[in-house]
Design a protein around this ligand. Structure first.
Ligand code: THU
Length: 160
């Protein structure tokens, strides 16, 4: 028996204005997408913007449904759209912003577990890491260099 420890690392920015100009632009596009979210049930709007290796940016937002589980998160809408449009182009970065229309969210909104698993699939497929930036309506932005920092022990398709 042995005890093994692992660590994750992330960078914390006090505000989105502290991001580099290109990362700020990616986050602005995520925020614009967030403001087009279809979320009449939760009133929680999420937007994501994915930067691809060919320079294209694809955005997505959460899409809800009266049959609640039939809805979809912003991150998966964005990355699946990117994969549908540019199937062989690597994903370099993903920016995410979430806000409630009922209260102020001033802490970072991190990707849900299912989205982490989906993002991890694309890291495995493309054999390179995806930088993830996430924030709330205002306040800090967290950046990880890889989905691995958010999801240790992801299920890996190579096992199948
Ligand atoms: N949501 C996302 O879009 N991404 C996440 O990572 C977490 C949650 C959406 C799903 C639902 O429409 C709303 O936020 C409230 O859970």
């Amino acid at each position: 028996m042995k005890k093994i420890e692992f660590s994750a690392e992330y960078i914390e920015y006090d505000d989105k204005m502290d991001l580099s100009s290109s990362d700020k632009e990616l986050m602005s596009l995520a925020i614009e997408a967030r403001n087009r979210s279809y979320s009449p049930y939760s009133k929680f709007s999420v937007g994501a913007a994915v930067l691809l290796d060919n320079g294209k940016i694809v955005t997505g937002n959460n899409q809800e449904n009266a049959a609640y589980p039939s809805g979809m998160c912003a991150e998966r809408v964005a990355i699946w759209t990117a994969s549908a449009m540019y199937p062989n182009v690597k994903v370099v970065k993903l920016a995410l912003s979430g806000m409630s229309r009922l209260k102020l969210v001033n802490t970072p909104v991190s990707p849900c577990g299912a989205c982490r698993q989906v993002l991890s699939e694309y890291e495995s497929k493309q054999e390179s890491e995806i930088e993830i930036f996430f924030t709330g309506e205002e306040g800090k932005v967290i950046k990880t260099n890889s989905v691995k920092d958010l999801l240790p022990f992801s299920f890996d398709g190579s096992l199948i």
